[in-house]
Design a protein around this ligand. Sequence first.
Ligand code: TA6
Length: 293
Amino acid sequence: MTMSSVPAPTPFDASTHAPALVGQPQVRIQAPDGACATVLLHGGHVLSWQPAGGGERLFLSSTAVAGPGLAVRGGVPVIFPQFELRGPLPRHGLVRNRPWTLEHEEAGTDDALAVLRIADDEATRAIWPQAFELELTVRVGGGRLDLELAATNTGSEAFDFTAALHTYLAVEHLMALRLEGLDGCDYTDSAEGGARRREYEQALAIEGEVDRIYHGVRRPLLLREPGRRLAISMDDFDDVVVWNPGPEKAAALKDLEPEGWRRMLCVEAGAIARPRTVAPGETWVGRQTLIAA
Ligand code: TA6
């Protein structure tokens, strides 16, 4: 296919996708082949990703909001340094609802990338005393989205953390998808009071609420939908969270559009069961890669 025959993506437009995000600082990157992504500086939050020649692959609730202390419902929330309420910090940590800065933006011959950054400040140290710097690198090109999260200890004592890229995938019909690659993994079933179970399904179907943390995930996953697929792989994230609130819990989420739960599935790259430790001056890096076909 020649470059000129690649259909131009429909630009992400907050006014149609999530009106409350209009006017919020954001950056749009686009590779020469048309692959593009939009990242909101609030939360260092990827809002939209369209592979070359394809449609939107991330779910964003039309009723999503963002602002001090508020996290966006959809896209890719960055969870650090604590997953959920598994510790003394606010739910899902400190960085998804604070402003990040754009450090770098670049378009190459076959990809485009943006690097966003957040560091500790007086407000984070009042809650969590550690000195840190986080960088999120977002790279698009062809069918690929690469997300790299780097956590550096800029202080003088080691600290532990948990983290996740809480990726909301857009799906056409929740009940028609199958998620492959989790069979053989043990999981913690948060929807069943934290029960430990083992996955035996080779192709997992989602019928309603699901909230599971799969542990020790070593192979890439494949999300199959009628007419399209998405490969999901990870590097140094060894937990995968599969979450959909189902109809009842969705109704209680004010920032999730009506029936939105039918069009999303979170497949999150997590470092949860085994917290990571970084010594002063050290950096931990985790990656999630999505490849659309
Ligand atoms: O990652 C799964 C999860 O922890 C679920 O239990 C669910 O509540 C979801 O995240 C969303 O959390 P939030 O705080 O964004 O409403």
